[in-house]
Design a protein around this ligand. Structure first.
Ligand code: PMP
Length: 293
């Protein structure tokens, strides 16, 4: 295994050398954007979709990425090759860059680009069968009028507060509602419920990231003829669902077995969740950009 190499502003450096300025507005203010991407068998899954979300987020917050879309894709591939990584997780961060202590982003002359690629072990295979224990939390999702959830910004304090609450309850993941009490998403994943064969996921305008995995599941449902609706629902609907599952780049498709002490379905991963996980895993090394020949 080669020593880990990190891409930092055009250079490939060691972990120790991969440092940024304390004046970087990403550090000072969470001013920046990021992506989490998976590589499966040398295939960067949904690479273009992730990069598109990154460039759209950048445009929305008026952050100029100093690399073209193609250059960014090349940098991703080169980072993976230098790390000899065929299976793993890529964290791509673009911060506003070093400025001064003031808020004004005009003081930041150049955005910083960081690519970290490493191995990933998030849930055991058993966890995909048994499902996660979750709780709903009092922390509300940031309102879309304040920070649009389509922007995958570095400002994750809202999600971190959710994680703190979830940790305190001894849960593996938490479910966030918006200010109106509609279910939005988890701290780091999208949510789906299944009731009487119909699959529901909240529309993103309620306050959820437009997850790439969420979209992949929607595509699979359409292709396989499952009935799927993007529709608002409440915690009551979650409690009485036949199945509940979460989706995300790191988590893939993982069942929820318990929510706020209510057992979901049979108390383990349900048949539709497992089928969707299987379908999802059958495309992850196909659909994307090959980093390795
Ligand atoms: N919601 C939030 C808040 C997230 O951080 C993530 C992980 N990026 C997701 C949903 C899932 O998105 P994706 O499928 O693109 O990883």
């Amino acid at each position: 295994m080669a020593e880990q190499v990190i891409y930092l502003d055009g250079k490939y450096v060691t972990k120790d050398q991969a440092v940024v300025s304390v004046y970087d507005h990403g550090f000072l203010y969470g001013d920046g954007i990021f992506e989490g991407i998976r590589i499966y068998n040398g295939n960067i899954f949904k690479c273009k979709e992730h990069l598109q979300r990154l460039y759209d987020s950048a445009k929305s917050i008026m952050l100029e990425i100093p690399l073209s879309f193609e250059e960014m894709q090349d940098a991703l591939i080169e980072t993976l090759r230098r790390n000899e990584l065929r299976n793993g997780y890529i964290r791509l961060v673009v911060s506003r860059g070093p400025g001064n202590l003031g808020l004004d982003p005009n003081r930041c002359k150049k955005a910083s680009v960081i690519i970290i690629a490493e191995q990933l072990a998030i849930y055991s295979e058993e966890a995909y069968r048994t499902g996660l224990k979750t709780v709903s939390v009092s922390t509300r999702r940031n309102i879309p009028d304040a920070l649009n959830p389509k922007i995958k910004s570095l400002n994750y304090l809202n999600n971190i507060l959710v994680k703190i609450q979830s940790n305190l309850s001894g849960a593996g993941e938490a479910i966030m509602m918006n200010a109106q009490g509609y279910v939005t998403e988890g701290s780091g994943d999208n949510i789906f419920i299944v009731k009487n064969g119909v699959i529901l996921t909240p529309p993103c305008y309620l306050g959820a990231l437009d997850g790439i995995t969420r979209q992949a599941i929607i595509e699979i449902c359409r292709r396989k003829g499952y009935s799927l609706k993007e529709e608002p629902f409440t915690m009551h609907d979650v409690y009485v669902a036949d199945e509940v599952f979460l989706t995300g780049t790191a988590a893939e498709v993982i069942a929820v077995r318990e929510v706020d002490g209510r057992i979901i379905g049979e108390g383990h991963a349900g048949p539709i969740t497992l089928k969707l996980l299987e379908e999802f895993r059958s495309i992850v090394d196909q659909d994307g950009v090959k980093a390795w020949g």
